[in-house]
Design a binder for this molecule. Structure first.
Ligand SMILES: Cc1ncc(COP(=O)(O)O)c(C=O)c1O
Length: 372
């Protein structure tokens, strides 16, 4: 039976047009982008073109983009970099209970260094209440970090509303857009974000590249000290090869017109499941405010990991892919107050550019075979 990939929120294949941009650069862009001679020119040109492509997708200036190794580093740079830049002044961060570990773990680390963190709860659909953020603000609040879209359930947070509150109080707003970039608009001015993280491998670029948008005027201490690469914000010779891949991926994402078809397939998937399983299958997400490609469902009373193990040709995820293999209720579903009876039966299917209707029909047949 053909293999079916329905785990695009975990990672995406490299787009063939992205690979095509990378191939010649392997031979031509070997110079150090910071050198002043002929060999650096192709690398420097590729790097700066890429910065412009990322900036175009986010609607910001080129010099507001810092390349990182991925989403985790971008998040760490935003959180730690901002707190470190405060040189020991009391620091309070507001974040949510459903953030990715790449936000929660740096927050816990900063707490060990003396920072305080408020983890605001979410409602049953995974939504943060902007009013809860307003109430959590203290005189020491130096950062609000709320994810744009949740990786497990796909719920899209009210970032623009939260940004208005942040701005009223003069507090910078960071958003982890690793899951939303390329799926919904991530223009920084529409969102009101001062810092925004993206991850290449969620966007049909390779692993090992990401970026942090840093609005002009926001001071961050680098995490990696060294030479003045990336305008002194992240030391280490840049990979023009990987940056070019991310740049091309951003350019493609901006022009891609297939999202409504993807959403149609996602909705069809849900309709087919409801027809097959009735009330034994439930949705774990907000009905409207959710990513167009994500379907997080629960087979009530079932076990998501066992169901997936019974259909090995289908790649999907129980909870977040970062903790797959762990058969406990995911922290995101716990925060949404999903009962264990429902939450343990959760499976996240995430569709992508390669998904076809035949694959959706085949996945439904497999689920029927394993469950009914
Ligand atoms: C919401 C979110 N943030 C951050 C990350 C981490 O990104 P990376 O794997 O590029 O470090 C992920 C990846 O799963 C994610 O889904």
């Amino acid at each position: 039976m053909a293999l079916i990939y329905l785990d695009y929120n975990a990672s995406t294949p490299i787009d063939s047009a992205v690979a095509a941009v990378m191939r010649p650069l392997i031979d031509t862009a070997y110079g150090n982008p910071s050198s002043g001679h002929w060999a650096s020119a192709p690398a420097k040109a590729a790097l700066e073109q890429a910065r412009g492509q990322v900036a175009a997708l986010l609607g910001c200036a080129d010099d507001e983009i810092v390349f990182t190794s991925g989403g985790s580093e971008a998040n760490n740079l935003a959180l730690k970099g901002l707190v470190y830049a405060r040189s020991g002044r009391p620091s309070h961060i507001i974040t949510s209970e459903i953030e990715h570990p790449a936000i929660l773990a740096p927050c816990q680390f900063l707490e060990r260094l003396g920072a305080t963190v408020t983890y605001v709860p979410v409602d049953a659909s995974g939504l943060v209440d902007p009013d809860a953020i307003r109430k959590a603000i203290t005189k020491d609040t130096c950062l609000i970090s709320i994810m744009h879209a949740n990786n497990e359930v796909g719920t899209i947070e009210p970032i623009a509303d939260i940004a208005r509150i942040a701005r009223q109080h003069g507090i910078p707003l960071h958003t982890d857009a690793a899951q939303s970039v390329g799926k919904i608009s991530t223009k920084v001015d529409e969102l009101g974000a001062d810092l925004l993280s993206i991850a290449g491998h969620k966007l049909y670029a390779p692993k090992g590249i990401g970026a942090l948008y840093i609005r002009h005027g926001i001071a961050l201490e680098p995490l990696i000290h060294g030479a003045v690469h990336e305008n002194g914000r992240r030391a280490g010779t840049e990979s023009a090869l990987l940056a070019a891949a991310l740049g091309k991926a951003c350019e493609i994402a901006q022009a891609w017109i297939g999202m409504s078809e993807l959403q149609r397939l996602r909705n069809l998937f849900w309709e087919r499941l409801r027809a097959a399983f009735g009330n034994r299958v439930v949705l774990n997400c907000h009905l409207e405010k959710r990513l167009p490609n994500t379907l997080n469902i629960s087979f009530v009373g079932g076990n998501g990991a066992e169901i997936l193990a019974g259909m090995p040709t289908i790649a999907a995820s129980t909870g977040s892919a970062c903790h797959s293999g762990q058969i406990t209720l995911s922290p995101v579903l716990q925060a949404m107050r999903v009962t264990p009876e429902v939450g343990l039966g959760a499976i996240r299917f995430s569709l992508g550019r390669g998904t076809t209707q035949d694959e959706i029909e085949a996945a439904v047949s497999e689920l029927r075979r394993v469950i009914l």
